[in-house]
Design a protein around this ligand. Structure first.
Ligand code: NAI
Length: 328
């Protein structure tokens, strides 16, 4: 259909792809009134598996799914795309240093940024899920100079949702009671989940918890290391929860955050909160009319400031490394 929104998913044959595509096609990305056309990008050895997934998508007879294209050509995958979900990435394997990881991912995200620059729709929105997500997003963005920089984002929504779940469980309240939670910084072990500005039933969440040791020694590390705990338990990394978070991220960006709440997105810094301009760092954001804005005016004690600074320092180091590799 001519009215369908083009949604590109890279790494479509992977585990997140499998958890993501069926929910996109059933309306959980853009809402129940928006038809979608899927573009699946994979590497040649995984094309057949992507075709198998497409067969299953056909077999669901989703009313909103107006078509599926499968390709190993980034130019084709991003031509006219409105929403680009960059999931496929090169995982860290044994013996790989951070520099090797960044270089391998540069080989993926540089050409994808160039392809987005060449052919994406004017309203394109990009979400990078594939790790290291913030820096992969930076690489894609810097290789797409004609696309407004703010259209490139990275996912910290899974961390955000994990943090909400942890604090709701601790306080024995429904997750819907927790508002204004923030993940600051990098989607990595240095991320800072901030309870000091969060609310539970209208009350300050850190005060409601009233247990600094739990906050420091349990809550923060549990959220930051949840990915490893899932691997340990499931024998595979987070997939359905990551897919769910990706849907939440785009849904809120397009349709807005609820009144009286905000969410966490890794976005190009405008210098707010001392985060160097241009770094793709996670902030509290309010979304409205299809745009996001950083929540301003929050104040920190030394504990929070040090943690945010540590994560932002790591992002700066990753940026310097990819700059030295000539990727940006
Ligand atoms: P997976 O290994 O199951 O799937 C990745 C897929 O990407 C594979 O099918 C592979 O063929 C494909 N791929 C590789 N290079 C590609 C390229 N150049 N173009 C298109 N496709 C390509 O991995 P999974 O579990 O789906 O995870 C994907 C990524 O998401 C990983 O980098 C993982 O670390 C990351 N992740 C990020 C999270 C976040 O919160 N930001 C949470 C969970 C995972």
């Amino acid at each position: 259909s001519g009215n369908a929104v083009n949604v590109t998913v890279t790494g479509a044959a992977g585990q997140i792809g499998y958890a993501l595509l069926f929910r996109i096609a059933s309306g959980h990305l853009l809402g129940p009134d928006t038809p979608v056309r899927l573009r699946l990008l994979e590497i040649p050895p995984a094309l057949k598996a992507a075709e198998g997934t497409a067969m299953e998508l056909d077999d669901c007879a989703f009313p909103l799914l107006s078509g599926i294209d499968i390709t190993d050509d980034a130019k084709k995958a991003f031509d006219g795309t409105n929403v680009a979900l960059l999931v496929g990435a090169r995982p860290r394997t044994k013996g790989m240093e951070r520099g090797d990881l960044l270089e391998a991912n540069g080989g993926i995200f540089k050409p994808q940024g160039e392809a987005i620059n060449a052919g994406a729709a004017d309203d394109v929105r990009v979400l990078v899920v594939g790790n290291p997500a913030n820096t992969n997003a930076l690489i894609a963005q810097r290789n797409a100079p004609d696309v407004p920089a703010e259209r490139f984002t990275a996912m910290t929504r899974l961390d955000h949702n994990r943090a909400i779940s942890q604090v709701a469980t601790r306080l024995r309240v429904p997750v819907t009671e927790i508002k204004k939670l923030t993940i600051w910084g990098n989607h990595s072990a240095t991320q800072y989940p901030d309870l000091f500005h969060a609310e539970v039933g209208g009350r300050n969440a850190a005060e409601a918890v009233n247990d600094d040791a739990w906050l420091r020694d349990t809550f923060i590390p549990t959220v930051a290391k949840r990915g490893a705990a899932i691997i340990e338990a499931r024998g595979a990394s987070s997939a359905a929860s990551a897919a769910s978070a990706a849907l939440n991220h785009i849904h809120d960006w397009v349709n807005g955050t609820p009144e009286g709440d905000w969410t966490s997105m890794a976005i190009p810094s405008d210098g707010s909160y001392g985060v160097p301009e241009g770094l793709i760092s996670s902030f509290p954001v309010v979304c409205k009319d299809g745009r996001y804005e950083i929540v301003q005016g929050l104040e920190f004690d030394d504990f929070s400031r040090e943690r945010i600074d540590a994560s932002v320092t790591e992002l700066g180091e990753e940026r310097d490394a990819v700059q030295q590799l000539g990727l940006i």
